[in-house]
Design a protein around this ligand. Structure first.
Ligand code: ZN
Length: 77
């Protein structure tokens, strides 16, 4: 049986990056609003929500989501 390259890459990445306390994209997304609000309020969101910060550093999809949300809310205020 041959593994697809993308599947293999994902497996390797999971092995390299998975930690017992890390959160997934769903959980990150659920907390993203609050994270962005803290950022905009000038609070240290990274320190208050380290797991979200941790996920954003490793997940391009969520990072883009975060930056889009941040930019959108900045425009509003
Ligand atoms: Zn993610």
């Amino acid at each position: 049986m041959e593994l697809e390259a993308t599947t293999l890459k994902r497996m390797v990445r999971n092995i390299l990056t998975t930690r017992p306390d890390e959160i997934g994209c769903d959980e990150c997304f659920e907390q993203l609003d609050r994270f962005v609000e803290m950022e905009l309020a000038g609070k240290n969101a990274a320190e208050a929500m380290p797991l979200v910060q941790d996920h954003l550093e490793r997940c391009t999809d969520c990072r883009e989501e975060f930056e889009a949300l941040l930019a959108a809310l900045r425009d509003l205020s």
